[in-house]
Design a protein around this ligand. Structure first.
Ligand code: DC
Length: 437
């Protein structure tokens, strides 16, 4: 299995690690802080009172050194020769020494080999100075972040004061200038912008704004070209619904805004999935219940061409959320029918918790409700075949913004979110009944 890697390079305090952590959380992937590798070596040497900083000494030391990471959730602890160095890594003396020893080829080789070995084990977003240019030249997406020296110094001053370190703007500014000089002027693998990296100056943006900008770019890079048969089937379905069911779609512009995103709709008929595929495009992926698929041979055959994200309702593993996240950020609309089954009466049933769980786990901030009107009459649950010439009308709402994600398994916020999502679909149903039925 191939894993993907996103790199962020840039000078100190340009916002790399804050953004890398945020994006790691949003995509459900791991964060790798390459600076912490250099810092771990520096911290170990400081603790051991080894002040020598020449290539020969460092070569001898690193030949027998082992570096290990242990993840506690998305937070990693760094061990060098079994010593947990995590508590010392943010110290300024350690940062300075890390920057000085980082100019030696032996140190860089040691760190790079460790980084490359770790990234073979999963999907990562990694930040540093030479990740896109040297360590992962074939990274899937590369960013280069920078900001004015004043704003970087202000951020670092605030960060240090928050950690209880006595400092001043002038002192931080001087340290940053010195580190910039060391990191960008060294002979081996200096800080450079890789030619194929996306450049972002973060000076006048908030972290959330930059994060969204980066996620849009990640999505664009990942958008996969659908296979020819999917495109063909998609355009056939569009014509099929237009001709045989006089399909009308309202709010199509809203769907175009969600290049990759979470979509939910009411479910009354076997026509629902092909209908949504014809509207949302050939990259659309459906979330389906493992239990239902196992029982239905026809759907099992269809999934050979249109793979589904299968969910075991009794057991929602972390892997399921990771797959949803990955599809969404690859630019695929991911569709879920939150009622969990087709409605016999055509009325909207109560929602299961799956939709809210995906939103909470994947930290989705926008979700698109779609009401499928008239599909029930076109192919109700009890009929063997569809009834042609019935009129189908689809209402696509503006995306719903979701804020204040609550972590964990507490029922309260999930129930409230589920009700909120259902209410929007019921509003659309009312609109359909008043205007279009
Ligand atoms: O990103 P940071 O401040 O934690 O990095 C500490 C030092 O490590 C930095 O001044 C330069 C060095 N470094 C490097 O040379 N190459 C990297 N990929 C990451 C960090």
């Amino acid at each position: 299995m191939t894993h993907f890697i996103i790199t962020i390079d840039g000078p100190s305090a340009s916002g790399k690690s804050t953004l890398a952590k945020k994006i790691a959380q949003r995509l459900g992937i791991n964060y790798l802080d390459s600076g912490a590798f250099y810092r771990s070596i520096a911290a170990f040497l400081i603790l051991n009172e080894d002040s020598a900083e020449d290539e020969g000494f460092l070569l001898g030391f690193l030949q027998n050194a082992t570096l290990k990471l242990e993840y506690e959730g998305s937070f990693a602890r760094y061990f060098l020769n079994g010593v947990d160095l995590s508590p010392y890594l943010r110290n300024e003396q350690v940062a300075m020494k890390a920057s000085r020893i980082a100019k030696f080829g032996v140190v860089r080789k040691f760190v790079n080999q460790n980084l490359q070995a770790i990234c073979k084990k999963g999907d990562f977003i990694a930040d540093g100075r030479d990740l896109g240019s040297k360590v992962f030249p074939k990274a899937d997406v590369k960013f280069f972040l920078t900001a004015s020296i004043e704003s970087r110094a202000k951020r670092r001053e605030l960060e240090q004061k928050t950690m209880g370190t006595e400092t001043s703007f002038e002192k931080v500014l001087e340290q940053l200038l010195q580190r910039d000089e060391q990191d960008s002027k060294r002979k081996i693998d200096p800080l450079v912008k890789p030619a194929d990296a996306i450049f972002i100056d973060t000076t006048s943006f908030t972290t959330d704004e930059v994060c969204e900008q980066m996620l849009v770019n990640i999505k664009k890079k990942f958008v996969v070209r659908p296979s020819w048969y999917r495109v063909l089937i998609g355009s056939f379905l569009k014509k099929f619904f237009k001709i045989f069911f006089r399909l009308q779609v309202f709010g199509e512009g809203n769907a175009e805004k969600v290049l990759g995103g979470l979509v939910y709709a009411n479910h009354t008929s076997y026509l629902d999935a092909p209908l949504l595929l014809s509207i949302l495009g050939p990259n659309t992926v459906f979330v389906a219940s493992k239990r239902v698929i196992e029982k239905n041979i026809f759907i099992r055959c269809v999934t050979r061409f249109f793979p589904l994200i299968l969910v075991d309702e009794k057991n929602m593993p972390r892997d399921f959320f990771r797959i949803c996240n990955k599809e969404i950020h690859k630019g695929s609309p991911v569709v879920i029918f939150p009622e969990g089954m087709r409605s016999i009466t055509g009325e909207i049933l109560s929602f299961k918790e799956g939709l809210a769980s995906i939103i909470i786990h994947c930290k989705i901030t926008e979700v698109l409700p779609i009401y499928l009107g008239g599909v029930y009459k076109a192919w109700p649950k009890e009929r063997l075949f569809p009834v042609l010439w019935k009129k189908i009308t689809v209402l696509i709402s503006k995306p719903l913004c979701i804020t204040g994600h609550k972590e964990g398994g507490a029922k309260e916020p999930r129930n409230a979110l589920t009700e909120h999502l259902k209410k929007r679909l019921v509003d659309l149903e009312k609109q359909y009944k008043d205007k279009y039925e």
